[in-house]
Write a protein that binds this ligand. Structure first.
Ligand SMILES: [Zn+2]
Length: 498
């Protein structure tokens, strides 16, 4: 009979449990010193080992050679407990046995001594799903527990477990398993199964599993069914994940402000089976890694490992400013939220990509002014803002959108080509350190017809733009006026002369 990996490789001993050493160590000590509590509450997300640890604890208590922190795993009790069929270790699924009847029965039976073992162990999974009467009945047993009875409750949602129950239990919080631990566990199984997975594949599986070993093993099951040699492409296909190489290319084309190519790449990913929500999340994680790499280097521990390799990460980490990356992540988050609520998620994501490909129009005022001030490369003239900030070299390498914004600014000489700028911009209080003349230049540039027009075509873009330039007194009315002028000019002039 074929057993899925999660069951075939369910840990049998405390030391085999992945990523929950803080729990297993405490339980081993409790068994060793004979101080096992009569009720435990295991909290944690799905697939992190709660049921596994409950069974190991039951074995430790009821093993023929026990109680012992190292159950033999061979006696009748150990073997039956391991597969969940022992008559003295009763597993109840709280989600499907929510009623009081189940708990009444439990209470009646708890009064009886164990049939063949030392202890009667009740394991109630998803205990928060029990109804209130069921909880009340359970509480009576918890208040006066027979000495031979142990309770182990588990829940993915401890807040929903009544305080009266929680306070009578010793609580353990299971952690999400780290990617490194997941990869380690997957590697062990691949070795035993003689399964070869291409470089980066296991890491991708671990990332997608978000701390759940069960989910990670589920993916490995699917892959193993496809053959003994698994390529990275297979992995990504099964995960429905966007290829890191595609994300890397997308970052490059966004920095080049190549909107058409960016949309093509997005289309390719979605056609390839990645959902809008997944894509938005994966790309946001990629951008977050760029941000982390800019400050902590391409090998930092804090990286989520979203990029294909450290080299790409190092090359791309200086392409955008921290503000721009944060803004892009925010756009992606909004798109993902909309995708969850509406069927038009794809459009939201496309709009986000369009905006990300036009960042030079959204460059922060202060930064643009500094670029003008320095006259050289954007931001190299300013002192680094924080310790560990991107080096001058990193900043110089990238900053495509910044450079273009600067070029635009330098083209906009005071007094021309937009005579209204100096006169139309209302008197405003400029932030400290902002040169008024420079501010006027920027305003002139911002009011240039093509910028105004593109801003007006997209309401949120205009909003963001206005937000960024608020201190310069640019009003939507002003932009609209410029846009109307532009439209009139266009009507009067052949397009090639624009
Ligand atoms: Zn045993």
């Amino acid at each position: 009979m074929y057993l899925v990996f999660a069951r075939r490789y369910r840990p049998e001993r405390f030391e085999d449990v992945v990523g929950q050493q803080h729990v297993t160590r405490a339980l081993r000590n409790a068994v060793e010193s004979g101080r096992v509590a009569h009720a435990y509450l295991f909290c944690g997300s799905r697939g992190v080992g709660k049921t596994t640890v409950a069974r190991i604890l039951a074995k430790a208590l009821n093993c023929a050679e026990g109680p012992t922190p190292e159950p033999c795993c061979e006696c009748d009790a150990c073997r039956r407990i391991a597969v969940g069929t022992d008559i003295d270790v009763i597993e109840i699924d709280g989600a499907s046995n929510r009623g009081i009847d189940a708990i009444r029965e439990l209470r009646q039976n708890a009064g009886l001594t164990a049939a063949r073992s030392r202890f009667k162990v009740y394991y109630i999974d998803e205990v928060h799903m029990l109804t209130e009467p069921a909880f009340n009945a359970l509480l009576k047993t918890l208040e006066e527990p027979p000495p031979h009875v142990k309770f182990i409750f588990s829940t993915t949602d401890p807040q929903k477990v009544p305080e009266t129950v929680r306070s009578r239990c010793q609580r353990f919080d299971f952690h999400r398993i780290s990617d490194a631990d997941l990869v380690g566990a997957l590697e062990d199984i691949c070795r035993t199964e003689e399964l070869t997975v291409e470089e980066g594949g296991l890491k991708a599986i671990a990332r997608s599993a978000r701390g759940s070993l069960r989910d990670a093993l589920g993916v490995l099951d699917q892959l193993a069914a496809m053959g003994r040699e698994v390529t990275l492409e297979d992995v990504l296909h099964v995960l429905g994940a966007a290829d890191a190489r595609l994300l890397a290319e997308l970052v490059d084309v966004l920095a080049e402000e190549d909107t058409a190519r960016a949309l093509e790449l997005l289309d390719g990913a979605l056609v390839g089976g990645t959902s809008v929500e997944d894509f938005a999340e994966q790309f946001a994680r990629y951008l977050r890694d760029l941000l982390v790499a800019a400050y902590c280097g391409p090998e930092a521990d804090a990286l989520a490992g979203a990029a294909a390799d450290a080299e790409t990460l190092a090359r791309q980490s200086g392409m955008f400013s921290a503000d721009q990356l944060t803004y892009m992540m925010q756009l992606l988050r909004e798109a993902a939220l909309r995708a969850r609520r509406e069927t038009t998620g794809r459009i939201a994501l496309e709009l986000a990509v369009v905006r990300m490909s036009r960042l030079s129009e959204l460059v922060p005022v202060q930064e643009a002014l500094e670029a003008l001030e320095g006259g050289g490369n954007p931001r190299t003239s300013a002192e680094p803002k924080a310790k560990g900030a991107p080096s001058a070299e990193e900043r110089r390498r990238g900053a495509g959108p910044l450079r273009r914004m600067k070029d635009k600014l330098q083209r906009a000489k005071p007094g021309d080509p937009s005579p209204s700028a100096a006169t139309a911009a209302p008197e405003v209080e400029l932030p400290d350190g902002v040169d008024e003349r420079k501010a006027r230049q920027l305003a002139a540039c911002a009011e240039s017809p093509e910028v105004a027009r593109s801003a007006l075509q997209e309401e949120p873009l205009m909003q963001a733009f206005i937000q960024a330039d608020k201190t310069l007194g640019l009003s939507p009315q002003l932009l609209r006026k410029r846009a109307e002028q532009q439209a009139e000019d266009e009507d009067a002039t052949p397009p090639e002369q624009q």
